[in-house]
Every structure is written in C-alpha cells, then in structure tokens.
Design a protein around this ligand. Structure first.
Ligand code: NAD
Length: 287
C-alpha cells in the first residue's frame, strides 16, 4: 500500500468558497443597483448524465442568487429550432450567460460547432465560441472554458511558481486539453501536449513539474511516472472495473510521489460549476 504524502488540492472546498464569494458579490452588486445575473441552460434530449450536470448547475445558480432560465428541448427538435432558441436567448437582456449542454443527441444531424458559434460571444458562459477560443490563443481577455479555468485556480492553490516549469497536458480536446495548455503557456510554463498517438507517455510525464490529465481512461497515468514533488491535476471522471469513480491518474501511487494532487471526485469537477457562475457574473457586469 502506498502512503499519501501529497497535499490534496480540495476542489470541493475551493469551489464552495468561490460560490460563497459569488453569492456575496451578487447581493452587494444588486444592492448597488446592478442587474441580477442570469444564466440560461439549454438541454436537448434525455441523456441522464446531462440531466444531472444541468441540474447541478441550476442548483448552484439558485444558491448564489443568480437567475436561471432553463430550456428543455426534445431530442429531435432539430438544428434550426435549437439555433432559433439560442438567438432568442441572445436577445433577452435578462440572460447574461448561455450554456448548451453537450454532447447533443447522437443520430439527429446536430452541428455542435454551429450551435456554439450562434451563442453571442459576450454571453458565452462556457467559453467555447470560436471568437473566445481565438482570444484565448491570442492572450486577450475573453470568457475562459470552465474546466481549464478551474484547473488553473486549483494549480494556483499549490503556490508553485510556474514560470519556466515543465507542464505536461495529457489530452488535446478543444474543451479541456488545448485550452489548459494555452493557459499554462500564458503562465510561462514549457508545455507539452500528449495524446493518443504519443509514443512514450511515461517518459513525458516523468519530466513534468505539472501534470494535467484529461483523457477519460481510468488510471491511465501511473503513479510511478510522477516526478517527485509534481502538481497533479486530474480532470478525468471514469468508472473502474469495480464501478468506483476514478480519475485518469492512479491516485494512491501518484499521491505517494506528488507534492500536490486533486482527488476524483472532489477535485476539478466541483470547480467547473463555480467557474461557470464566475463567467456568467463577469458577463453580467462587464462594462
Ligand atoms: P475527449 O474524449 O474529447 O479527449 C480525450 C483526449 O485524450 C483526446 O485528445 C485523446 O487524444 C487523448 N487520449 C485518448 N487516449 C489516450 C491515451 N491512451 N494516451 C494519451 N492520450 C489519450 O475528452 P474530454 O472532453 O477532454 O474529457 C476528458 C476527461 O475529462 C473525461 O473523463 C471527461 O469525463 C472529463 N471531464 C471532466 C470535466 C470536469 O468538470 N471535471 C469536464 C470535462 C471533461
């Protein structure tokens, strides 16, 4: 059995703090005459996991005093009606953030990229609009995708000076891997992005002062690969063979070598919702 030496980066606790702060900001801002921030959640179809994710997001809105406009559409509503719905939300002055829960139902010809591009970039609570992704690449201010933003806030909790450090991001998706890599680059890390065709993942990870795993393969990143003292941020949410919720990193052995590590559950996951609220608040009160 490995002993846990790493300090835990507790996303549940940090997320609760951030949400409490957002609640206080909303109360104070509204007291000073600002508009109540509003988030629209759009859910298409009956996917049970998507329903749970959206329910948690709506609950977080209620808890902070943010208004929630919830729209549920049948799985076969079609691209045109979905786009029309987004256009209406774009025009609604009480809606400051818009989230379309992904993935859209399979087998119905939805074009996710077109859906994301139809959201007003100023109301893009998820930061997935191509203009906002471009702004992230240029390093100009724009809504930042929620999970990568949460990863960076957890990383900041470690107190590690990032300038010049080697960071390895495992996974190159548009919603996690690529934006995390850009944010690490902005913090002056030397960044390597690994993916399914990387030839020696173990060697890449072994060099890293910061490891971000965003793959979706249970315990792919072995504890023995972790450089002693590294910060390990595990984005993955998977079920292992026993049905237990695990990350992309082998937690016990990794925690025996790392300096800081996020658990699954209770690490990156809770931060995603907190960052969604933060993006919506910023959109509502942007000058
Ligand atoms: P994705 O499927 O879009 O991307 C996975 C990436 O992993 C791909 O770029 C692929 O090249 C890479 N990959 C696949 N097999 C690999 C291998 N053997 N070695 C190295 N790289 C490999 O996934 P995603 O949407 O980025 O999500 C990744 C994980 O993070 C999933 O488990 C997902 O559930 C989780 N996730 C969590 C949150 C959260 O809030 N905590 C948010 C988004 C995603």
């Amino acid at each position: 059995m490995s002993t846990t030496l790493a300090q835990i980066l507790d996303g549940k606790q940090l997320s609760a703090q951030v949400r409490a702060q957002i609640g206080e900001q909303i109360q104070a801002g509204m007291g000073a005459g600002k508009a109540r921030p509003g988030l629209a959640t759009v859910l298409v179809g009956d996917d049970p996991a998507s329903h749970i994710y959206v329910r948690n997001k709506r609950r977080a809105c209620d808890e902070t005093g943010m208004q929630n406009f919830h729209i549920e559409l049948a799985e076969d509503v079609g691209q045109a009606a979905l786009l029309q719905q987004i256009v209406e939300l774009n025009l609604n002055p009480e809606v400051h953030g818009i989230l379309v829960q992904l993935p859209l139902p399979k087998g119905f010809d939805y074009d996710e990229n077109q859906v994301l591009a139809t959201i007003d970039p100023a109301k893009d609570a998820d930061g997935f609009h191509p203009a906002n992704q471009g702004a992230l690449m240029q390093g100009t201010p724009a809504p930042i995708p929620c999970t990568p933003k949460g990863v960076m806030q957890l990383l900041a909790e470690s107190g590690m000076e990032l300038k010049g450090k080697r960071a390895v991001v495992v996974g190159r998706s548009n919603i996690v891997g690529k934006p995390v890599a850009l944010l690490l680059l902005e913090q002056h890390c030397t960044v390597t992005i690994c993916h399914s065709r990387t030839t020696d993942l173990a060697a890449e990870v072994a060099n890293a002062d910061v490891v971000v795993a965003a793959v979706g393969v249970a315990e792919l990143v072995k504890g023995a690969w972790i450089k002693p003292g590294a910060v390990v941020l595990d984005v993955g949410i998977n079920r292992n063979a026993d049905g237990k919720l695990v990350g992309d990193v082998e937690f016990g052995p990794a925690a025996a070598r790392a300096g800081w590590i996020t658990p699954v559950p209770g690490g990156v996951g809770p931060m995603t919702i907190a960052m969604l609220l933060q993006n919506t608040l910023e959109a509502a009160w942007r000058d």
